[in-house]
Design a protein around this ligand. Structure first.
Ligand code: C2E
Ligand code: SIN
Ligand code: SIN
Ligand code: FE
Length: 391
């Protein structure tokens, strides 16, 4: 397909209108790359992101090759922003580079061409147009590389500058899109960090509290993913789970830090942390706080109805509460507490398995075991002290 000027304009408008609706950076990059290739009639192309002086593949397309394996391999590779590759040179110099034949570089060219891709695929890269992606603030955030312009007769011809206006507009759009996605990622990290700090402050207990909370958030997230929950719900659980015990702020230290078993009266007082948490998070103003309140009030309910504070059973227990409830118990079991030693991961897994369908939702239990390898990573990195085996 060959674009007329009007079609270029329409394509730009279409991409511009589509992007805000796409939340996945890779998907955005695929859309942008596809349009850039249509405008420039390129048979293949790649988009690279620049991060901390390194270039990373974020998208690659090739009409002649089935790319998946090669690209996956290349995606794990990084290149320095340096003159060792064309993309690196474009990023470091900020210049648009138009090369008629990549294998016939003029001697003394200020860059080399990285032939990893060609050697891996047998593809012959001939004409190349490499465009740095510049943000309005001048930050070079990525590189667009278009490969092998196809003439109407099907021959590989050099790229021309005839349509460069549209291409430059698309490049700016790509730059701003990548920057927004990175900013959003930073904002999300800061948000989660704030939630964890506040949750730790609310519990104001030992130094380990922050890592317990982080692990519970990570385990809950993995379970939610394994259950096939939509990404927005998974994200809500990730952010809501750290707040599950904020109600412990209303429980005296003397009880929470008591070295031994609690008396029945003390136990009752500890158990009020679920309803206190719900009060703190009450009158939710958004979905996140609403889920955090659900989790706070219901994370000690049991599937068989024997939990607290309301003795709910089965699906009457909010979904997120069932997930965080399991993550909480698992982490409590393998952690040392003032009142108990740490159990080994094996013992803890045994308890969780035997409580499936009793304490825990059987589906949640299954999802936990289905993603066990990933779930156990932070536990195996020695972040949890495992000293004493269960008696
Ligand atoms: P936590 O220490 O974070 O424990 C969370 C949940 O993990 C517990 O909820 C329980 O369901 C499970 N869990 C923790 N340790 C064990 C264990 O050794 N075996 C088994 N089978 N399950 C365990 P629970 O029981 O409702 O307790 C809620 C909170 O009350 C605990 O949070 C802790 O802060 C406090 N607590 C519970 N029992 C005692 C105790 O004997 N002494 C003291 N000082 N505090 C306790
Ligand atoms: C903690 O309170 O130590 C972390 C949260 C939990 O394990 O319940
Ligand atoms: C409990 O009964 O509250 C904890 C035991 C368990 O479900 O592992
Ligand atoms: Fe709790």
């Amino acid at each position: 397909m060959i674009y007329t000027d009007n079609e270029v304009l329409r394509s730009l408008l279409t991409v511009g209108a589509k992007l805000p609706a796409i939340s996945d950076l890779r998907e955005m990059m695929d859309v942008i790359l596809r349009e850039a290739r249509l405008i420039a009639r390129a048979e293949a192309g790649s988009l690279f992101g620049v991060k901390e002086g390194r270039l990373r593949f974020v998208a690659a397309q090739n009409d002649r090759l089935a790319l998946p394996e090669v690209v996956r391999e290349l995606q794990d590779k990084e290149m320095a922003v340096s003159d060792d590759s064309l993309a690196g040179f474009a990023a470091s110099s900020g210049r648009v580079i138009n090369i008629p034949d990549a294998y016939a570089l003029t001697p003394g060219a200020p860059f080399r061409i990285n032939r990893d891709f060609d050697s891996a695929t047998g593809y012959r890269t001939k004409s190349v147009l490499t465009v740095p992606l510049k943000c309005p603030d001048g930050n070079r955030i990525g590189v667009l590389q278009l490969i092998n312009r196809i003439s109407p007769s099907g021959a590989i011809v050099p790229f021309s500058t005839e349509n460069s206006g549209g291409l430059m507009a698309l490049s700016s759009m790509a730059a701003v899109t990548i920057q927004n996605a990175l900013l959003k990622e930073q904002l999300h990290k800061a948000h989660l960090d704030t939630i964890i700090r506040l949750s730790v402050a609310a519990e104001f207990r030992d130094d380990d509290t922050a890592s317990h909370i982080r692990r519970i958030s990570a385990v809950s997230t993995k379970i939610a993913q394994a259950l096939g929950m939509p990404p927005e719900q998974v994200e809500l659980i990730q952010y809501a789970s750290p707040m599950h015990d904020v109600g412990k702020i209303g429980v005296p230290d003397a009880i929470l830090c008591k070295p031994g078993k609690l008396t029945p009266e003390e136990r009752k007082i500890v158990q009020t942390h679920a309803t206190i948490g719900a009060k703190i998070l009450g009158e939710p103003t958004n979905d996140l706080i609403a889920m955090a309140r659900d989790v706070a009030v219901s994370h000690h309910e049991r599937w068989d109805g024997g939990g607290y504070p309301d003795g709910l059973s089965g699906c009457d227990i909010p979904f997120a509460g069932r997930i965080v409830g399991l993550a909480d118990v698992f982490d409590a079991l393998v952690s040392e507490r003032c009142y108990k030693p740490a159990y080994s991961v094996e013992s803890a897994l045994g308890i969780i398995r035997s409580e499936g369908g009793k304490h825990f939702d059987p589906n949640v239990t299954e999802a936990f075991f289905n993603s066990l390898d990933e779930i156990l990573l932070p536990y195996e990195r020695g972040e949890v002290v495992e000293e004493i085996e269960e008696a």
